[in-house]
Write a protein that binds this ligand. Structure first.
Ligand code: NAD
Length: 345
C-alpha cells in the first residue's frame, strides 16, 4: 500500500512508532542518505487519516533531500510527523517518547522544529537523544537565516529579471508577516524596496506599516498585487491554475514551502514569462542554520555568510532555465539529482 502512494519515491525507510503510555503515533520517513544522514523537522498535525500522515512524511522528506542537495550540505532528506493536535495532545511525556524513537534510529535521522513542534519542544525531545536540534539566537529568537537567504534569492531573481539585483524603488508584495516574512521586510526595506504587505493578523500588518511605511493589501488579493516582485511567505500551494493567470508581477520569490500546487504550475509560470525562484532553492537558510549548529561551532554571522551562496545558485538556476527555455524547477531538480543520484548510480 505504501509503495503505491503517489508520494513514494524510492524512499529508503519509513518507520512507525507507537507508544501506548503516551498515545504517540509517530512516523519517520527517510528519503535518501546518499549525501549524509537524514535531516528534517518534526511536524505535529491532526491528520484526518494515517494515509494523509504517511503522504505528508513522504512528500516532506523527499523535499528535504532536494533542499539539502541544492544547499550543498552533507545531509540527506528526512522528516517526521506526529498524528495529533499540538494544542491538546502535546505533553512533555509525548515529546520524550518522540526523543526515544528518534534515538532508536542511531543517528540516521536528526530532527528539528516544524509546524506544531516549537524550538522549545525540540529541547524537550533533545533530553532523550543527541539527534535533535533547533538553533536559537542567544535572546531566544529564531535566527534570521531563512529570511536572509530568501532575501538573497529575491536579489538573484531581480538580477535575472531586471538586470540588476538592486531593490531600491522596486515594489515587493509580501504575503505573510510571520517569523520569516517580517524579517524579510526588514532586509527589503533597508535596500529601499517599496513594500505591500498582507497577513491575516492585522497587528502584524500594522507593525509593517509603522516600521517601513508598507502599504497594506487585502489577504485575498495580495497574489494579484501590481508589483515587481511577489514574495509568498505564508502558505503552500498558492500558485495554481487559478492564481497564476491573475499574477501581475514579473518575479515570484518567497520563503513558503511548496508554493506550486502541482508540477504543472511550473510550466504555467514559465509560459506566462514569470521569473520563479524555486522555494526549496532559496528558503534553505533554516537548514544551513541547523547544519552549523550540528557542527558544534554555531555563529549566526557564519550562517548568514553561508546564505550568500543562495544568490549565485539561484542566478545559475534561473539563467540556465532561461537559456534552455525550461521552467526553473526542472533545472533546480536536475541540479539536486545530479548530486544525490549521479548518473550510473
Ligand atoms: P509563521 O507561522 O511564523 O508565519 C506565517 C504568517 O502567515 C503568519 O503571520 C500568519 O498570520 C500569516 N498567514 C496565514 N495565512 C495567511 C493568508 N492567507 N494570507 C496572508 N498571511 C497569512 O511561519 P514562518 O516561520 O514565518 O514561515 C513562513 C513560510 O516559510 C511557511 O510556509 C514555512 O513553511 C516556510 N519556511 C519557513 C522556514 C523557517 O525557518 N521558519 C524555513 C523554510 C520555509
Amino acid at each position: 500500500m505504501l509503495l503505491e502512494l503517489p508520494d513514494y519515491d524510492g524512499h529508503e525507510a519509513v518507520h512507525f512508532f507507537h507508544d501506548a503510555a503516551t498515545g504517540l503515533r509517530y512516523l519517520v520517513a527517510i528519503h535518501d542518505t546518499t549525501l549524509g544522514p537524514a535531516i528534517g523537522g518534526c511536524r505535529m498535525w491532526p491528520y484526518a487519516s494515517s494515509t494523509e500522515a504517511i503522504r505528508d512524511a513522504l512528500r516532506l522528506s523527499r523535499g528535504m533531500t532536494y533542499k539539502a542537495a541544492l544547499a550543498g550540505v552533507p545531509y540527506g532528506g528526512g522528516k517526521s510527523v506526529v498524528i495529533g493536535d499540538p494544542r491538546s495532545d502535546k505533553t512533555p511525556e509525548l515529546l520524550a517518547a518522540i526523543g526515544r524513537a528518534v534515538d532508536s534510529l542511531g543517528g540516521r535521522y536528526t530532527t528539528s522544529d516544524d509546524v506544531g513542534i516549537s524550538a522549545a519542544d525540540v529541547a524537550v525531545i533533545g533530553r532523550q537523544t543527541s539527534h535533535a536540534c533547533a538553533p536559537m539566537m542567544p535572546d531566544g529568537r529564531a535566527a534570521p537565516a531563512t529570511a536572509y537567504g530568501t532575501y538573497q534569492g529575491i536579489r538573484a531573481a531581480a538580477a535575472h529579471a531586471f538586470g540588476t539585483p538592486a531593490l531600491d524603488g522596486r515594489s515587493v508584495a509580501v504575503q505573510g508577516l510571520g517569523a520569516v516574512g517580517m524579517q524579510l521586510c526588514e532586509y527589503l526595506a533597508a535596500d529601499g524596496a517599496v513594500l505591500r504587505v498582507a497577513d491575516t493578523d492585522e497587528s502584524r500588518v500594522a507593525q509593517a506599516v509603522q516600521c517601513w511605511g508598507a502599504r497594506p493589501v487585502a489577504t485575498d488579493s495580495v497574489l494579484e498585487s501590481e508589483a515587481d516582485i511577489l514574495s509568498p511567505c505564508a502558505l503552500g500551494s498558492v500558485l495554481d491554475e487559478r492564481s497564476i493567470p491573475r499574477l501581475r508581477c514579473r518575479v515570484v520569490a518567497g520563503a513558503a514551502n511548496n508554493q506550486l500546487a502541482t508540477p504543472a504550475d511550473a510550466e504555467r509560470l514559465h509560459r506566462r514569462g514569470v521569473t520563479y525562484a524555486p522555494d526549496y532553492a532559496i528558503n534553505v537558510g533554516g537548514l544551513l542554520d541547523l547544519v552549523h549548529a550540528l557542527r558544534g561551532t554555531y555563529d549566526v554571522q557564519a550562517v548568514l555568510d553561508d546564505c550568500l551562496g543562495i544568490f549565485e545558485r539561484t542566478r545559475w538556476i534561473l539563467d540556465r532555465a532561461a537559456a534552455r527555455d525550461l521552467p526553473s524547477p526542472v533545472v533546480a531538480d536536475e541540479l539536486a539529482r545530479s548530486r544525490f543520484r549521479p548518473p550510473g548510480r
